[in-house]
Design a protein around this ligand. Structure first.
Ligand code: MN
Ligand code: MN
Length: 322
């Protein structure tokens, strides 16, 4: 019997492992990967970002920034999350998506922790970093979960496909934390997503070379997740499809890590994974779960935002919270 805490730690470490594994082959085609590595199945660093073995990228870093903001405030406050993202960007991250950068710049200029709706913002950037929201909203009401997902996502991505994918991943994580089987995931949240947005269908053809378009990304993740029955096989499959491999790795890693639990993570990958990142993941996972269960009242700060104080000032001057 795997505890929910082990599943939460498995998800957070799985996210980091998938990111570190996939980053090596990000933007390569499956054929280029075969030529370079045969089957890419170890944390070797390199890639277009010239990473150290076990180094992670924005997918993990933004998740930790988000989780840190939730824990520092004891609630989900879009102003504080946006400020944490802004501070992260100031630290000159190793990589950052265009939509993410635009959203953070928008926040700095406007003080609004949301971007306007955009048909072009269907990238995977909101989905890749959603794990802390899933942990912090475990067993909360459906409406609270939905609002928390939207508040987090819309800081940079305000798009219905991004929202649908992100909410599906969160629902899969919530079921996973309860120990649900794959059939439950498939007939529940995944079936719901496919009914509303058939373009996410993943079992009709091979999902290779997935782009940063959230539909491509999630199709590759779901195909790998449902095809195999162990953590390593899922991760190795999805990153060897190439494309946005650090992000497919990150999302597949959080789902598989939650589903199989911390014990199922390969020791030889954990030996190489960045130690500070591991420590942060192990600390945040149970604390975020506790946030979800310990708090009786509303988790999501109802911010009467004229606007958050923008950029650097967002931490010193608090918005009015009701
Ligand atoms: Mn990345
Ligand atoms: Mn990526």
């Amino acid at each position: 019997m795997i505890s929910s805490q082990e599943r939460a730690r498995g998800a957070y470490l799985g996210l980091a492992l998938g990111d570190a594994l996939g980053a090596t082959v990000e933007f390569m085609t499956p054929w280029e990967i075969v030529a370079a590595y045969g089957k890419h199945a170890k944390l070797r660093g390199g890639g277009w970002l010239h990473l150290k073995p076990g180094q992670v990228t924005d997918d993990t870093q933004m998740s930790l920034a988000l989780g840190g903001a939730l824990l520092a405030n004891g609630r989900i406050d879009p102003c504080e999350i946006a400020a944490a993202f802004s501070q992260w960007m100031r630290g000159k991250p190793v990589d950052i998506g265009n939509t993410v950068r635009r959203g953070i710049v928008h926040f700095r200029h406007s003080g609004q922790p949301w971007v306007p709706p955009s048909p072009h913002d269907a990238g995977n950037g909101a989905c890749m970093r959603v794990l802390p929201i899933a942990l912090a909203t475990w067993r909360r009401s459906a409406e609270e979960i939905r609002q928390a997902c939207v508040a987090q996502s819309h800081i940079t991505h305000n798009n219905e496909l991004s929202d649908a994918a992100t909410e599906c991943v969160v629902a899969m994580l919530h079921l996973g934390l309860e120990g649900a089987g794959k059939e439950e995931l498939r007939h529940g949240p995944v079936a719901g997503l496919l009914a509303a947005y058939p373009q996410f269908r993943f079992d009709d053809k091979e999902c290779v070379n997935p782009s940063g378009y959230v539909v491509d990304t999630l199709r590759a993740v779901l195909a790998a997740f449902f095809r195999h029955d162990d953590f390593c096989s899922i991760l190795v499959d999805v990153v060897n499809r190439g494309g946005d491999a650090d992000t497919t790795g990150a999302i597949a890693g959080m789902l598989a890590g939650c589903y199989y639990g911390e014990q199922a993570l390969p020791a030889e990958w954990l030996r190489v994974l960045d130690k500070d990142i591991q420590t942060a993941c192990r600390a945040q996972a149970p604390a975020l779960l506790q946030l979800a269960t310990a708090q009786g009242g509303a988790l999501l700060a109802r911010v009467r935002v004229r606007n958050c104080p923008g950029g650097d000032d967002a931490r010193s001057t608090r918005p009015v919270v009701v």
